[in-house]
Write a protein that binds this ligand. Structure first.
Ligand SMILES: Nc1ncnc2c1ncn2[C@@H]1O[C@H](COP(=O)(O)OP(=O)(O)O)[C@@H](O)[C@H]1O
Ligand SMILES: [Mg+2]
Length: 303
């Protein structure tokens, strides 16, 4: 197993005796788009501020590429590109001049690399225009281009979809996915909206009241949706339950619903058939994340 790119080890943040983030332990492997999902006030920005060194860590540590944010800040931070607060832009300069300005503050950014990031975020046609004429989505992309200049292994975006329309969100998702494919960049993106996270991310971690309450994979490394749950429709749910007792399951009418990834489905089916259970149907269940998220956070459904 490859060393995870990001490791949270019991990360805790306390400010004036209030615990904002509590004992956060989480590994994020390289190359994926990771979603940090939680309602407003959950502790997402606080966590991100600790990741990028804008805020101290009360207890625990965060490792980026094996380097400790606490003990080895320079090396850890050199692997991060981030947009935490609104990126500073010079509105009356062109996008290009803004990038050149930032490139000068970093070592060894070539003219060619500037061109490359512009291409990557799809701003080639408009890069000579003043930033004041850009849409919010374009400013966002310019911010990402800026964060990518030094080829970070990890790109961190705090609520990047805020204020974007559905078209902008779709574009953001497409280029984040492309980024992880083309540059191998791992993306850490926060949001309070599950529907956006489902579209964008391979894995989602759910934070509530400063605590990580769930982590689940939404897509396989090939980008296919992974099914967390599968329903087997059978003639005898009790017998089926006995045969599948090694797995987590629940019974719903004539269906037995199991948890487990795709590769286990064929194995479970073989087990059922061997044990004499008639299997009438096998159905993946993909909607469980939303229901569980609403359940966990106690939110209302708005649709
Ligand atoms: N500097 C601070 N001092 C005290 N409390 C803070 C500070 N920053 C954030 N908080 C509180 O910590 C909680 C988590 O905030 P935040 O990390 O911004 O949540 P999120 O980004 O998930 O909306 C909130 O209740 C917020 O009021
Ligand atoms: Mg926030």
């Amino acid at each position: 197993m490859e060393e995870p790119l990001v490791r949270f080890k019991g990360v805790t943040k306390v400010i004036s005796s209030r615990t904002l983030v509590e004992d956060l332990t989480l590994d994020i492997s390289a190359g994926q788009v990771f979603g940090f999902l939680g309602p407003n006030g959950a502790g997402k920005t606080t966590t991100i501020r600790m990741m990028v060194g804008l805020m101290s860590i009360t207890k625990g540590d965060i490792l980026i590429g094996g380097h400790s944010i606490r003990k080895n800040y320079e090396q850890a931070a050199s692997q991060i590109g981030a947009i935490v607060e609104n990126p500073e832009m010079y509105k009356f300069l062109s996008g290009y001049k803004n990038l050149v300005h930032y490139a000068r503050m970093m070592p060894d950014i070539s003219e060619e690399r500037i061109r490359e990031v512009i291409e990557l975020v799809g701003l080639t046609d408009r890069i000579q225009d003043k930033v004041s004429t850009y849409s919010l989505g374009m400013r966002q992309r310019l911010g990402v281009a800026q964060a990518l200049l030094h080829r970070p292994k990890l790109l961190i975006l705090d609520e990047p979809t805020n204020g974007l329309d559905p078209q902008g969100i779709r574009e953001l998702r497409d280029y984040l996915r492309m980024l992880s494919r083309k540059e191998g960049t791992t993306v850490f993106v926060s949001s309070h909206l599950l529907s956006e996270m489902e579209l964008m991310c391979d894995t989602v971690g759910v934070i509530q009241n400063g605590k990580l309450i769930d982590v689940r994979q939404l897509r396989t490394s090939e980008g296919e949706r992974s099914f967390e749950e599968t329903a087997f429709e059978v003639h005898d749910t009790a017998l089926a339950g006995q045969l599948l007792k090694a797995f987590q399951y629940r019974v719903q009418g004539s269906r037995i619903i199991v948890r487990g990834d795709r590769s286990m489905i064929a194995e479970m089916n073989a087990e059922l058939v061997r044990g004499g259970v008639k299997v009438y149907g096998i159905q993946p269940i993909t909607t469980s994340l939303e229901d569980q998220f609403l359940e966990m956070t106690g939110s209302e459904r708005h649709d």
